[in-house]
Design a protein around this ligand. Structure first.
Ligand SMILES: NC(=O)c1ccc[n+]([C@@H]2O[C@H](COP(=O)([O-])OP(=O)(O)OC[C@H]3O[C@@H](n4cnc5c(N)ncnc54)[C@H](O)[C@@H]3O)[C@@H](O)[C@H]2O)c1
Ligand SMILES: [Fe+2]
Length: 383
């Protein structure tokens, strides 16, 4: 099978090695004449980024790279200032989830008059926005994990409360995404592992969520199979373009599927990421088996079906063992200590986890007691 295709679901997606060459065409397809090119500082220093930016020089693209991993409001404010000063009419968001989310948020917020926190993904908050003033985005992922390139939200850390908040508007869905595995080849193994586990967490939490969404379920199980066949390959040989391509597809599938639900992995990972600035996907990877084990009674039948599809023995234990073996093979720490996270702020983590919007999508209720139990097990390595 040739790993190159153009899809129109969930947005216009140009998938395949070398397709970054189509960036100027994608910008035109999105209706952008003068893009602001948003990326982070690390990526801005790489030749592949300079090449993509220079291909857009004829339309006056300017670079904005003042984005930190786990972006904060000040990054968005500075980006909006650059967007306005440069009279841009759209954004090319180039990078991992941090740069993609920041680029999407700049394009969304540049035309709004209310503060960004008014658009937190709660109830119908998004309807407060002036949708006619949302600038178009072309999204180019350089990690394979968040799937933000096909998502309608951006994650932003609120420094006042040290909480990660999801800002949502349907109009934030990028007009075009370019999924080019060559751009992900330079990812170091630890980031490949962490981001790949984020994709797995999205598919898994979507699949286990307690709502009726068979479309999402179907996408999630195939996304999990792609992770199973390809994540360890991509970690061990970063230049394996087929594995890289399949992981980009899995990441996009995860984000498409989690419209259904996320759960306790994300509910616990968000406060830990906000309080300790840990990598999002790696944090999910640490929590994953403890959350699976906690949810067992509610998900056992589904996990059996999933295991059969994955070619494992159709049992919960076989799936859990596979997750544990994958974590070990790709270098995920077994406990929170591996992320330098201790029990010093456990009350805060627990309080924030139960309030996190993803908590409601856990198959079993995630109250304070449950969150504390899972957190303690992840500290102590007790499954
Ligand atoms: N919008 C969503 O739906 C969604 C979903 C999940 C996570 N997120 C958010 O996304 C962020 C995490 O994104 P991420 O996991 O992609 O990591 P990231 O964007 O923070 O990048 C991690 C590091 O990898 C580097 N990097 C990225 N691509 C590289 C490449 N090809 N070669 C070398 N280095 C590279 C970056 O410069 C950065 O230093 C978090 O803020 C998280 O909350 C968003
Ligand atoms: Fe995630």
């Amino acid at each position: 099978m040739r790993l190159s295709a153009t899809w129109n679901y969930p947005t216009s997606v140009r998938f395949g090695a070398g397709r970054i060459a189509e960036l100027p065409a994608a910008v035109a397809e999105a209706g952008i004449t003068r893009p602001l090119f948003v990326t982070d500082r690390n990526l801005a220093a790489l030749p592949m980024t300079a090449r993509a930016l220079s291909a857009l020089a004829p339309c006056g693209a300017k670079l904005f790279c003042d984005i930190k991993p786990n972006p904060v409001e000040a990054n968005i404010a500075a980006g909006i200032a650059a967007f306005t000063a440069g009279q841009h009419d759209g954004v090319v968001a180039f990078g991992g989830g941090s740069a993609l989310d920041a680029g999407k948020l700049i394009a969304f917020m540049a035309g709004q008059s209310r503060p960004v926190w008014d658009f937190e993904d709660v109830g119908d908050n998004f309807q407060r926005a002036d949708a006619s003033r949302i600038a178009p985005v072309v999204a180019v992922p350089t990690t394979a994990g968040t799937g933000s390139e096909v998502g309608r939200a951006g994650v932003l850390t609120d420094e006042r409360s040290s909480a990660k908040k999801v800002i949502f508007h349907p109009g934030m869905l990028p007009k075009v995404a370019i999924l080019d595995p060559e751009l992900t080849v330079g990812m170091p193994p630890a980031i490949t592992a962490g981001t790949g586990m984020d994709a797995l967490a999205h598919c898994l939490e979507a699949y286990c969520g307690p709502f009726c969404h068979p479309l999402a379920d179907g996408i999630a199980v195939e996304g999990i199979r792609l992770v199973k066949e390809n994540l360890a390959r991509a970690v061990h040989d970063g230049s394996d373009l087929d594995a890289r391509a399949h992981m980009l597809a899995a990441a996009a599938m995860g984000a498409t599927a989690f419209q259904k639900a996320l759960g306790a992995i994300h509910a616990l990972s968000h406060p830990v990421g906000a309080l300790y600035d840990t990598h999002h996907g790696m944090t999910n990877a640490v929590f994953m088996p403890y959350v699976l084990r906690f949810n067992r009674s509610a998900i056992e039948d589904r996990i059996k079906r999933l295991s059969a599809y994955l070619g494992l023995k159709p049992s919960f234990r076989a799936f859990l063992d596979w997750v544990l073996a994958l974590r070990q093979e790709i270098g995920v720490p077994h406990t929170l200590a591996g992320l330098n996270v201790g029990d010093d702020r456990i009350d805060r983590v627990v309080a924030m986890a139960v309030r996190d919007p993803t908590a409601a999508g856990n198959p079993l209720p995630l109250d304070k007691r449950a969150a504390r139990t899972i957190f303690r097990r992840a500290l102590e390595g007790r499954l």
